[in-house]
Design a protein around this ligand. Structure first.
Ligand code: ADP
Ligand code: MG
Ligand code: ZN
Length: 600
C-alpha cells in the first residue's frame, strides 16, 4: 500500500470515530432526563424504577412514567442517604455500581473531538502536500522538478520547425553544460530569456529541451500558480523557486505563462491587484539578486508579451527575447516527422502533402492531428495509418473550437496567395515602389498573410507619384482577387481603408488635387483631440467643397484601380506563377520573387 492511501484510510477511520463520538455525546445529553433526588426516591418507593447504576456522584437508571413509557434518568447523588441500598434491595431492583472515569478518560471525552479535528486537518494538509498540490498554508513553490538526465528527457530532436530559435538557445545550453568555462572567459550570459509566440508553438517544449540538451535539472512553475488568493503567498513561492534553483545549480528555472504574474502594474479594471503586484515585485527582486555566475538560467514563456510590465524586460532581467513563430510549410513537415516517429504509417502517407494542407497549424495542432489520425485508423482496425485518416483528422482538428479562427482552409489559402501576390506584383512592376522583401502566408496578428515592403532608404518627404504608387500597391490585392476569382472578399478591407486614407490626405492635407488646389482643408488630428475647435473644423468648407473632396478622392482611387487592373491583366502569367509558388512554399524571399517575375 502506498503511503498516500494509508493516510487517507487513517483519516477516514478518524472521521467515523469523530461522528460516532458526536452521536454518543448527543444521546447522553438528549435522552437522559435529569430529575431531583427526591423525585428519584419517590419513584423508587412507588415501585416504578427498573434499573439503577450508581456512580460516585450520580445515579443513572430507568423508570416507567405515568403513561407506562420507559424514561432514562439521571440524578445527582445525595451521599448522606445511606438507606439507598436498603431501599433498592427492598424493591428488588437490579442495581450495580460503575466506577468513575479516570482523569485520562475525562480528558479524552472532553477534548478528544478537538484533538481529532486537529489531527485530521494536519493529515489533510500533509496529504495535499505530498500529492503535489501543496497546501496553501506553507507558501512553498509548486515548482516541479524534472531531471534532464533521468526520465522525461526532451531534447531538440523532439522540437522541429524552429531552427532559428534553437540556434539562439544553443549558447545557453553551452553555458549550462559548463558554467565555469564561460566565467573564465568573462563572457556575459543573459540571465533571463523570454520566449514568446502564439499558443501551441512549442515554448514549453523548447524550455524542457534546453534542460534536456544541457543535462541539468529543470524547475518549472506556471505564472498562474503564483497568483493566489492570499497576499504574500505568491511572493514566497517566487522566493522558494529561486531558492531551489540556487541549491541545484547549474539548472534551469522555467516560468510558464509569465503574463499571469507579469502583467503591467496598475493595468486592468479595478486598478491594482495587491497580490499580483507583490509577486511581481518579488520576481523583480529575485531577478536582480541572482547572478548568472551561480549557474542558474531563467526562461519564461508568454503569448502576450504586449501586456508584460516593462520593468520585466529591462536589461539585466528578461533581456533576451526570442520569438517562437508559427511554423511554415517546411516546419510543419518536420514537426509531422517528429510526431509520426512512433506511429505506423502506411506507404501512401505523404507528409509534405499533409504539411501543404495544414496552413496555420502550430505544433500542438499537428501533435493533435497525428493523434486523431492514429485513433481513426485504430477505430477502423487498420494496421497502419493511411492518408485518408490524415485527411479526416485534418478536418476534425480544423473544426475544433479553438482553431476555427486561426486555421486556413485550402481555398482561403489560394485566395490569400493571389491577394498577396497581387500586392507584390504591382509593387514590382511599378517603377519607384519600395522593394518587396517577402511574401508570406503565415498569419501574423490579425492579417492572414502579408507582403513585406521595406523602403530602400529613409524618407521624409513623399512625392505625389509615390503616394499614387502606394495606393496602387494597396489595391493590388483586391484587384488580383477580382481578376482571378471574379469575386471579391472581405480580406481587403484593411487595404482599402489605408488606400482611402492616403487619397483623402492627398486631397485635403497635401493639396495634391488639381480641382481643389493647394489648400489644407483638414485640421490635424492632434488638434481635434484638444477639443478646441472641433466645430470650426466642421465649418471650414462648404457643402459644395465637401462634395468636391469626395469626388476627388473617388477619382484618385478609381484611376489607380483601372491602372492596376490593366497592369495585372497584362501580367496574368506572372501573377499565376507567383501565386502558385506562394501556395507551394508559403514564404517567398525577394530573390525568388524576382526570378519568378523575370521568367514568366
Ligand atoms: P506552448 O507552450 O507554446 O503553448 P507547448 O510547448 O505546450 O506549446 O506545445 C504543446 C505540444 O505541442 C507539445 O507537447 C508538442 O507535442 C507539440 N509541439 C508544439 N510545438 C512543437 C514543435 N515545434 N515540434 C514538435 N512538437 C511541437
Ligand atoms: Mg506552454
Ligand atoms: Zn492586402
Amino acid at each position: 500500500m502506498k503511503k498516500n492511501e494509508f493516510t487517507s484510510i487513517i483519516s477516514w477511520i478518524l472521521v467515523f470515530l469523530l461522528i460516532f463520538m458526536f452521536i454518543r455525546g448527543l444521546r447522553e445529553i438528549q435522552i437522559e432526563k435529569e430529575i431531583p433526588y427526591s423525585e428519584f426516591k419517590k419513584r423508587l418507593y412507588s415501585g416504578n424504577v427498573v434499573e439503577v447504576k450508581i456512580k460516585s456522584d450520580t445515579i443513572h437508571g430507568k423508570y416507567y412514567d405515568e403513561d407506562g413509557k420507559i424514561v432514562m434518568f439521571k440524578t445527582n447523588r445525595v451521599t448522606e442517604d445511606n438507606k439507598l441500598v436498603e431501599a433498592l434491595e427492598q424493591q428488588k431492583i437490579k442495581f450495580s455500581a460503575e466506577p468513575d472515569r479516570g482523569w485520562f478518560w475525562s480528558i479524552l471525552i472532553n477534548f478528544g473531538p478537538v484533538l481529532l479535528i486537529f489531527l485530521l486537518w494536519y493529515l489533510w494538509a500533509k496529504q495535499l502536500q505530498s500529492g503535489g498540490k501543496q497546501a496553501m498554508l506553507f507558501g512553498k513553490s509548486r515548482a516541479r522538478l524534472y531531471y534532464g538526465k533521468n526520465k522525461s528527457e526532451v531534447t531538440f530532436k523532439d522540437v522541429a520547425g524552429c531552427d532559428e530559435v534553437k540556434e539562439e538557445l544553443q549558447e545557453i545550453i553551452e553555458f549550462l553544460k559548463d558554467p565555469k568555462k564561460f566565467q573564465r572567459l568573462g563572457g556575459k550570459i543573459p540571465k533571463g530569456v523570454l520566449l514568446y509566440g502564439p499558443p501551441g508553438t512549442g515554448k514549453t517544449l523548447l524550455a524542457k529541451a534546453v534542460a534536456g540538451e544541457a543535462g541539468v535539472p529543470f524547475f518549472s512553475a506556471s505564472g498562474s500558480e503564483f497568483v493566489e488568493m492570499f497576499v504574500g503567498v505568491g511572493a514566497s513561492r517566487v522566493r522558494d523557486l529561486f531558492e531551489q534553483g540556487r541549491r541545484h545549480a547549474p539548472c534551469l528555472l522555467f516560468i510558464d505563462e509569465l503574463d499571469a504574474v507579469g502583467r503591467h502594474r496598475f493595468a486592468g479594471i479595478g486598478g491594482g491587484h495587491d497580490e499580483r503586484e507583490q509577486t511581481l515585485n518579488q520576481l523583480l527582486v529575485e531577478l536582480d539578486g541572482f547572478d548568472t555566475r551561480e549557474g542558474v538560467i531563467l526562461i519564461a514563456a508568454t503569448n502576450r508579451p504586449d501586456v508584460l510590465d516593462p520593468a520585466l524586460l529591462r536589461p539585466g532581467r528578461f533581456d533576451r527575447h526570442i520569438v517562437v513563430p508559427i511554423p511554415d510549410i517546411k516546419g510543419r513537415e518536420e514537426i509531422l516527422k517528429v510526431h509520426t516517429r512512433k506511429v505506423k504509417l502506411s506507404p501512401d502517407v505523404n507528409l509534405s502533402i499533409i504539411a501543404q494542407r495544414t496552413p496555420g497549424f502550430v505544433g500542438a495542432d499537428i501533435a493533435n492531428l497525428v493523434n486523431e489520425a492514429a485513433l481513426l485508423a485504430a477505430r477502423k482496425n487498420k494496421d497502419a495509418v493511411e492518408m485518408s485518416d490524415f485527411d479526416e483528422a485534418i478536418e476534425k482538428v480544423m473544426a475544433g473550437p479553438a482553431r476555427k479562427s486561426r486555421v486556413i482552409s485550402e481555398k482561403e489559402k489560394k485566395i490569400i496567395a493571389y491577394h498577396e501576390s497581387g500586392h507584390a506584383l504591382v509593387a514590382k512592376l511599378t517603377p519607384g515602389c519600395d522593394p518587396v522583401h517577402k511574401i508570406s502566408l503565415i498569419p501574423r496578428g490579425p492579417a492572414l498573410g502579408y507582403t513585406l515592403q521595406l523602403p530602400a532608404e529613409d524618407k521624409y518627404i513623399i512625392s505625389k507619384q509615390e503616394l499614387i504608387n502606394k495606393i496602387s500597391v494597396l489595391l493590388g490585392g483586391r484587384v488580383a482577387e477580382k481578376i482571378v476569382f471574379n469575386d471579391i472578399t472581405t480580406g481587403a478591407q484593411n487595404d482599402l481603408a489605408k488606400a482611402t486614407e492616403l487619397a483623402t490626405k492627398m486631397v485635403t492635407e497635401y493639396g495634391m488635387s488639381e480641382k481643389i488646389g493647394p489648400l489644407t482643408l483638414r485640421k490635424r488630428e492632434e488638434e481635434i483631440f484638444l477639443g478646441r475647435d472641433y466645430l470650426t473644423r466642421e465649418k471650414m468648407y462648404s457643402e459644395a467643397t465637401a462634395k468636391l473632396i469626395d469626388e476627388e478622392i473617388k477619382s484618385i482611387i478609381e484611376t489607380c484601380l483601372q491602372n492596376v487592373e490593366k497592369l495585372l491583366s497584362e501580367n496574368i502569367n506572372k501573377l499565376n506563377a507567383l501565386a502558385q509558388k506562394v501556395i507551394e512554399k508559403e514564404v517567398l524571399e525577394s530573390d525568388e520573387i524576382d526570378s519568378i517575375i523575370r521568367n514568366n
